[in-house]
Design a protein around this ligand. Structure first.
Ligand SMILES: Cc1cc2nc3c(=O)[nH]c(=O)nc-3n(C[C@H](O)[C@H](O)[C@H](O)COP(=O)(O)OP(=O)(O)OC[C@H]3O[C@@H](n4cnc5c(N)ncnc54)[C@H](O)[C@@H]3O)c2cc1C
Length: 370
């Protein structure tokens, strides 16, 4: 049997691609070496921020706005809350490029944001201590997504829509053929007219020519009381420090705060190098300086996790077909900010597989820029 579309990797983006492609009536095969959601990829740890006023550049805004619509619709069809409108507070020096981009994209796309200076910010949330010359940009309609829950639901909905799911099935090779692609797996060979490679961090095991660097990252939960909770309207946040480091965090019930450092991490070349939280001396302590300076009331590290980023040279996404094999498309280089886009990236894969036009400018995301 020949499938219209085979999806290699059914974590965040692949699960969405399978769902939208099956919904559109395509014959879809979904392959994953694990059973998503799981802790071996990039989607675990409960939550992911979704921001619309985008510090990484305005080119992402039309994509994220469509992604948000699709997340909302997925909530409706599944009757499960996946999006928490906690608001997202971006904090940084007024001269920061990230802050400027976020502000510009808000004004260009008419997004609601509230800009405040350091004094106004601290008055509203006395938990924060921010340097003079800093600004806050609160996006009240943004928030966070329940990531593992969403991946599970997308795969479930894909199966209900008729996709064939083969999990615990490792893909070993993808070979272009005259009228499609051969996919060699631990359970034998499959053929499809098109393949979407959404394999996350280890995509280079299948497509070694891609300019992707896997990076080990940690994130952890810290002791915090109800003041830092969503109940108290404490928003999810991103912070750029005076040294140029970037931290992010989530309100978490009434008894914790989840935090991570976006830049840095350990470049790795094999899955075994993704050693557990605590294996590196700085794992538990990399946010200490940030906490002391910005959130001095937060307490000790409760526990942590490891994860990986698939980092492209410019930290922008790669959304393209392979130059010599247009029947193989790839979504990679999500560089630690891709979860929020999973729905729209899945929809794009489905449209391409159905031969439909894609209503977004994908030219900034081409492989040929490298
Ligand atoms: C700590 C951390 C915090 C983050 N925070 C945010 C955030 O706040 N907001 C945000 O938008 N993004 C965030 N991200 C980024 C986001 O989570 C990722 O960009 C996104 O989850 C990547 O999706 P993916 O589908 O590419 O990979 P994954 O979800 O990891 O899926 C890849 C799948 O491919 C499978 N696979 C791999 N190789 C093979 C093979 N050979 N054969 C079969 N299957 C294979 C894997 O098993 C896996 O299921 C964060 C990432 C991390 C690590």
């Amino acid at each position: 049997m020949k499938y219209d579309l085979a999806i290699v990797g059914c974590g965040s983006v692949g699960a969405a691609a399978g769902y939208y492609a099956a919904l559109s009536g395509l014959k879809v095969l979904m392959l994953d070496s694990h059973t998503p959601p799981h802790r071996h990829g990039s989607h675990h740890g409960d939550t992911r921020i979704i921001r619309h006023a985008y510090g990484e550049g305005e080119k992402y805004v039309p994509l994220v706005l469509r992604a948000q619509e699709l997340w909302n619709k997925l909530e409706e069809v599944s009757a499960v809350q996946l999006f928490h409108r906690s608001g997202v507070l971006n904090i940084g020096p007024s001269s920061s490029e990230f802050m400027r981009n976020a502000e510009n994209s808000a004004s260009q796309f008419g997004l609601t944001v509230e800009k405040m200076d350091a004094e106004q910010l601290q008055k509203r949330w006395p938990e924060w201590s921010v340097p003079d010359g800093y600004i806050g940009l609160l996006e009240p309609n943004a928030g966070y997504l329940k990531a593992e829950l969403a991946v599970g639901i997308l795969n479930e909905k894909a199966a209900e829509a008729g996709a064939e799911l083969h999990f615990n099935c490792q893909v070993d090779a993808i070979t272009p053929e005259d009228n499609g692609v051969k996919i060699t797996t631990s359970e034998g060979e499959f053929s499809a007219s098109r393949v979407a490679v959404t394999a996350g961090t280890w995509v280079k095991a299948l497509l070694p020519e891609l300019p992707i660097n896997p990076v080990r990252k940690v994130f952890s939960w810290y002791q915090a009381d109800g003041r830092y909770s969503e109940n108290n309207k404490f928003p999810a946040f991103t912070v750029e420090t005076p040294e140029g480091d970037q931290f992010y965090g989530f309100p978490y019930n009434n008894d914790g705060l989840k935090l991570g450092k976006h830049n840095g991490g350990q470049p790795i070349t094999a899955p075994e190098q993704r050693r557990p939280f605590g294996s590196n001396t700085q794992d538990g302590s990399e946010v200490f300086g940030f906490l002391r300076q910005f959130l001095p009331g937060v307490g000790v590290c409760l526990h942590g996790e490891v994860c990986t980023y698939d980092v492209s040279p410019d930290e922008d996404f790669i959304l393209d077909s392979l130059p010599h094999s247009p029947q193989i498309s790839v979504v990679t280089g999500l560089s630690g900010h891709g979860f929020k886009f999973a729905t729209v990236l899945g929809e794009i894969i489905a449209l391409q597989a159905a031969g439909q036009p894609v209503p977004f400018d994908l030219s900034p995301f081409k492989i040929s820029r490298f």
